[in-house]
Design a protein. Sequence first.
Length: 274
Amino acid sequence: HVAEGTEHMFRTHICTECRRCFKTRSHLMEHMRLHFPDPSLQCPTCKRYFTSKSKLRIHMLRESGEKLHRCQLCEYAAVERNTLHRHIASVHGHQGETDAHQDLYTCPTCQQSFNQSQALKSHMKSHHIAQNGQPLPCFYQGCSFQSTDKKLLQKHVLDAHGIKAIECQHHACCALFGSKEDMEVHFRTHQAFHCTQCDFSCSNKSRFQQHKRQGHPGEAQLRCSFCPFTTFNPVEFEQHVGHLHANEKTHNCSECSFTTAHKRVLKRHMLVHT
C-alpha cells in the first residue's frame, strides 16, 4: 500500500537501453545521449561527444586553454567561476579571514589596502606600473627603449615594432613578450611542478599528479567499438570503455561467435574448444 500523496516519490524514468532510473525526464533525456550521441554535441577538435551544450562549451574552453576566472591570491585560473570559488575556499580559505592584528598591504598608487601581499601584487598590475620600480625593457632585439609604465611600453612595442605585446599571466609578474609561445615558456618558470614528458607545468601538486595519471597521447588513434568516440589518449580510452560500456560484450571467442563482457568467462568458454 502506498500512502496518499507520496506516489511521486516512486515515479522514475527508466532508460530502455541500460535500465538505469532517473528522477526527472530531463535527466533521462540527457543520459540517453550516451547511447545515441548527438552530432551537434561533438567536439570538433577531439571528436568526443557530450550530453549537453553546457558540458561541451566547458570542454571546448578547456581544450582552447581559455580560463577566464583567475585567482587573485595565486596564479591559478579556471574555466568555471564555481571551480575558482572552490579553489579559493580550499586553498586560501584561511587567508580570507580578517585578523585584527594583521598588517595591511597598501597600494602606493591608490592607497587601497589588502590583507595579503599576493592580492596587492595582483592589484598592482591593474595600474600598469612595474612593481619593483625597475624599468621594463623592450623585448625587441636591438631596441634600448624601457619604461616603468607597462602601458607605455606596450604602446611603444605596437607603434615602433608593429607587435601587440603579450603580458605574463602570473599574478605578480609584469613581463611582456612578443608572442604567446614566448610568454608560455616564461610562465612555466613560475610553476613548481614540471612534467618530464610534455610541456605541462603547474603550482598545484594534486593537479600535477592528476595530469600524470591521465597519461599522454600516443601516435595511434583509438576508436571505440560501441560508439563514435575516438581519442589518442590510452588512459582516456580505457576510462571511456570502462564507464560507458562496462556491460557490453567486449571479449570475443576466436573459434566461434561467442562473446562476453568478462575475460574470465571467455577463458572458461574456451575450454569447450580444447
